[in-house]
Design a protein around this ligand. Structure first.
Ligand SMILES: NC(=O)c1ccc[n+]([C@@H]2O[C@H](COP(=O)([O-])OP(=O)(O)OC[C@H]3O[C@@H](n4cnc5c(N)ncnc54)[C@H](O)[C@@H]3O)[C@@H](O)[C@H]2O)c1
Length: 473
């Protein structure tokens, strides 16, 4: 038994010793293949979900695939719908959860919790996260960390003071494909040479506002108590100032974080244009079309990074791009987007680096080319990659090279799990003392400072500077 502030101790991985124990564990073992076998079932981690909307459901359904995760409670103010829906779903998967309308009641009523997944609207992240940390629980809080810098700072300070783990839901940080591109291609092999620019976008088609089933509304008094003037505000909180942070912050908190991470730097300035070009400003208080430009000073030189969010046109979807003197990397959380393009002026010794990655199977080429690659040495391959005087089966995605025809390559490292699973696994492994968080509060805070400044730059109508101390608490 534990009380709030005194969480259970999680022991490291143990082996189940009895047949009865193995049987009990199997009751919780999902049927999919990529979980630890029952014989290696780790100690359970008892989890609550705070915010049972679309993201809370997705995270719960993903986390239930992870060995040892047991859901104990769900909390949501929308008792007649989302709370009921997720509680029933988890019970159907043999997680006997208690349902709560109020998070304080949940924290007082549940004495065996280890961790909470916070997936409420941005304006509630700080209050919910701080309360859970103060209750001695580890927290996985969705991104954006908060819709204001002060609250994000308070979350970080509370995590430090309580010594509890706070993972921010910027899940690309745990995606093996992103980690490979950053650690190996950019920093270890330096495949693209000196980086000079980055670009990224998240463009979406027009979406109809979220509705709700008639007769299942949240009670008006409950809405008001929680800061939602109407059911429409509760469902479409993203578009209202004070509730959400605007699409550019919600989406940019993932992708602009990738700029900070891959460049291993924080920006020195940002300028941005933001307008409402399509939607009705009465129902969409944040700009629906935003283009921002950051400047970075990296250890290797200046990098200019642009980022855009459209909400009335989805052309080319979402991706990030890093451009260097020797090549360009395009990657995305979408597994069908991931490609490398060498620059025409690439030198032979650099092509050898590309050839090594191809031979090692870390990059891919079309099937016919891969068959040739299998047969060639790295040296021979580099020769073909470097100069192909006539059209060759190996030559695809030809860059506009004046003197050298070079091949573009695909990324072999793909994620064969739901997008959020590695990040959740990292969180639970960290709770067991078997990993370090990939996106601790410090990183989430840096991201918050970086992306929220776009809204300030739009308001100011000019370029705004960052000081190094802005990113530090
Ligand atoms: N990491 C990602 O890729 C990703 C993707 C989508 C959303 N998100 C984030 O997840 C969070 C939730 O987004 P969503 O799409 O699930 O929103 P949603 O509106 O579908 O769900 C929010 C839920 O929180 C509940 N809620 C609101 N205020 C509450 C309160 N005070 N106490 C308890 N419950 C409350 C609502 O009733 C609703 O069920 C947001 O911060 C969003 O930015 C992250």
């Amino acid at each position: 038994m534990t009380t709030p502030g005194m969480p259970r101790r999680i022991d490291r991985r143990r082996f189940l010793q009895s047949a009865a124990g193995a049987g009990a564990a199997l009751a919780y073992t999902p049927t999919i293949a990529n979980v630890a076998s029952a014989a290696e079932e780790p100690d359970p981690i008892n989890v609550a979900v705070l915010g049972a909307g679309s993201q809370g459901r997705l995270l719960a359904m993903t986390a239930r695939r992870i060995s040892g995760v047991r859901f104990k409670a769900v909390c949501d103010i929308w008792g007649a719908y989302n709370l009921k829906w997720l509680s029933r779903l988890l019970k159907a998967y043999r997680h006997p959860v208690n349902a709560y309308l109020d998070y304080e009641e949940m924290l007082a009523g549940e004495n065996a919790l280890d961790a909470v997944i916070v997936a409420t609207p941005d304006c509630w992240h700080a209050r919910h996260t701080i309360a859970c940390l103060e209750a001695g629980l580890h927290v996985y809080c969705e991104t954006p960390m908060s819709n204001n810098v002060e609250d994000a700072r308070a979350m970080l300070r509370t995590a430090r003071r309580t010594g509890k783990l706070l993972q921010i839901g910027q899940q690309r940080r745990s995606n093996p494909r992103y980690r490979f591109c950053c650690d190996r291609l950019l920093h270890e092999v330096k495949l693209f040479g000196q980086l000079v620019a980055a670009a990224g976008q998240w463009n979406r088609a027009v979406q109809t506002p979220f509705g709700w089933p008639k007769g299942r509304e949240v009670d008006e008094a409950v809405l008001k108590k929680h800061g939602y003037p109407s059911m429409n505000h509760h469902r479409n909180w993203r578009w209202y100032r004070g509730l959400g942070s605007g699409p550019v912050v919600a989406l940019g908190s993932h992708q602009i974080d990738v700029y900070n991470w891959f460049l291993d730097a924080r920006p020195t300035s940002v300028l941005a244009s933001g307008r409402t070009n399509y939607h009705d400003e009465q129902t969409h208080e944040w700009c629906d079309t935003v283009m921002a430009v950051y400047e970075y000073e990296t250890t290797e030189g200046g990098v200019t990074a642009r980022y855009e969010t459209l909400t009335a046109n989805s052309h080319e979807g979402y991706f990030e791009k890093f451009m260097g003197e020797k090549g360009t990397l395009v990657l995305s959380e979408r597994s069908d987007v991931g490609r490398l393009y060498p620059e025409p002026a690439i030198r032979r010794e650099d092509v050898i680096k590309w050839a090594v990655e191809l031979k090692a199977g870390r990059l891919t080429a079309p099937k016919a080319a891969m068959e040739m690659i299998e047969r060639m040495t790295v040296e021979q391959l580099a020769q073909v990659l470097f100069i192909a005087p006539t059209p060759d089966p190996i030559v695809t995605g030809v860059s506009q090279a004046p003197s050298a025809t070079v091949m573009s390559c695909g990324l072999a490292a793909t994620l064969n799990k739901p997008h959020h699973q590695p990040h959740l696994e990292n969180f639970f492994d960290a709770i067991r003392g078997e990993a370090k968080l990939n996106c601790p509060a410090e990183v989430g805070y840096e991201t918050t400072v970086t992306v929220l400044k776009i809204n300030k730059a739009i308001e100011a109508g000019r370029k705004l500077s960052f000081r190094p101390e802005d990113f530090v608490v």
